[in-house]
Design a binder for this molecule. Structure first.
Ligand SMILES: [Mn+2]
Length: 233
């Protein structure tokens, strides 16, 4: 049996952003994908596909069995009807447009979606939710990517608690959090300070988490990648 194809989103950069390039390449575009996401999909039994940000989102979804929306920079607040409160992380409008386009296509032609970090926020904003634009007291950017920064409590009976149990320790690299929850979603994982760390859709196979399971040493056995691949099979 063929492994399900899991599309993974990346970010647009340029030759000037990459070490070791000669100056004539500085304006040449390059798409960047963190390897850990593909490893998570591979360990889960899927076949990872790095998605060209230039591809047509409808065409992309038509070719895939599952979608992984990855971490990255802040979403432009205009997408949830707010002015910008922070300029800490430059927006990437081309990526906002591509990822919202992918979710538009998913609504018309459902397939399982896993959102991680920015992906968690993209899923929420696409569904009409909003974000807290800057929550510095929650962020732990000074810690290593494998540091378990805080505990997450998972709602009894939720999909996320099926996967992780009633509580788990997670890393935390986000300065924004979900504020208003998008339509059709329920917050099923919270940090002790109230930050919404997990969302799940009531009908569609869409899960999202604010932490980074792909960066933790438990990646090979993390149940969320198996969930995505199983739903995509
Ligand atoms: Mn957190």
């Amino acid at each position: 049996m063929k492994r399900p194809l899991i599309g993974i989103t990346g970010k647009r950069r340029f030759g000037r952003d990459l070490a070791g390039n000669w100056s004539s390449m500085s304006e040449n575009p390059a798409d960047i994908f963190w390897t850990n996401y593909a490893e998570g999909v591979l360990f889960g039994g899927g076949f990872p596909v790095f998605l060209s940000i230039d591809s047509d989102p409808i065409d992309a979804i038509d070719h895939l069995d599952g979608l992984l929306l990855t971490g990255g920079t802040d979403i432009e607040p205009k997408h949830y009807g707010e002015a910008s409160d922070t300029d800490l992380f430059p927006y990437e409008p081309i990526r906002d447009e591509f990822e919202f386009g992918l979710l538009d296509a998913v609504i018309k032609s459902p397939l399982p979606v896993l959102g991680i970090c920015r992906g968690h926020q993209v899923v929420n904003v696409h569904a009409g939710g909003s974000l807290n634009q800057h929550v510095p007291e929650h962020a732990s950017f000074d810690q290593t990517i494998t540091t378990k920064s805080h505990e997450v409590l998972l709602k009894d009976g939720s999909k996320l608690s099926d996967l992780y149990g009633p509580r788990c320790e997670v890393n935390s690299f986000h300065h924004q959090t979900v504020d208003r929850v998008g339509e059709g979603f329920e917050a099923t994982a919270h940090a002790q300070d109230g930050a919404i760390e997990g969302l799940e859709h009531s009908e569609l196979p869409i899960l999202s988490v604010q932490w980074h399971p792909e960066m933790l040493p438990t990646r090979p056995t993390d149940p969320i990648f198996s969930w995505l691949v199983k739903e995509a099979s």
